[in-house]
Design a protein around this ligand. Structure first.
Ligand SMILES: O=C(O)CCC(=O)C(=O)O
Ligand SMILES: [Fe+2]
Length: 180
């Protein structure tokens, strides 16, 4: 219950907010010259993705580069979104992913995008912050975060960051990731 206090009083809670997005990627004779969906992180708490039996989804894995997530019959893909990244204070990083097109086959995917009520403040959970682990992100509502994302795209997480990492690169800072 304490872990869910950010939602507000549960008795009054109207639950979260969700949207379904249907993606269609027609076959492309020159797939190296086209991109189905450019590299991005989802601005959700999490996304549940169904893909038909044509592969195309890729996630960026540190040290390995772009890795294909093959469709498995009966399986769904769960993506951690930016708001869960913030809520977990970076413990569950949102994953940079993209969709490639296929030379001969069309591809379909169905994304269930789940987030909080648009006006609920999202900030790192109190139990995940302390003297040795300060909150890395300031409170934001989904509405505010979507505005930041529209303006700054893959740098949006950095925009709501409260303190810069002391040294070296921040592995979770997607703005530093080279795409392509
Ligand atoms: O088509 C896919 O596999 C990815 C779709 C996606 O990333 C999205 O809808 O946000
Ligand atoms: Fe996505």
């Amino acid at each position: 219950k304490e872990d869910l206090s950010w939602v507000g009083p549960l008795t009054e809670s109207k639950g979260g907010c969700a949207a379904l997005q249907m993606n269609h990627y027609p076959a492309c004779p020159d797939p190296d010259q086209a991109m189905g969906l450019a590299a991005h992180t989802d601005s959700t708490l999490f996304t549940i993705l169904y893909q038909n039996n044509t592969s195309g989804l890729q996630v960026l894995k540190e040290g390995a580069g772009w890795v294909t997530v093959p469709p498995i019959p009966g399986a769904l893909v769960v993506n951690v979104g930016d708001l869960l990244h913030i809520l977990s204070n970076g413990l569950y990083p949102s994953v940079l992913h993209r969709a490639m097109v296929n030379r001969t086959k069309e591809r379909l995917s169905l994304a269930y995008l789940y987030g909080p009520q648009p006006s609920v403040q999202i900030s790192p959970l109190p139990k995940l912050v302390g003297p040795s682990q300060p909150p890395l992100y300031r409170p934001v509502t989904w509405t505010e975060y979507l505005g930041t994302k529209a303006k700054h795209f893959n740098k949006a997480l950095s925009c709501v960051k409260v303190c810069a990492p002391m040294k070296g690169l921040d592995a979770n800072d997607h703005s530093r990731v080279r795409v392509g």
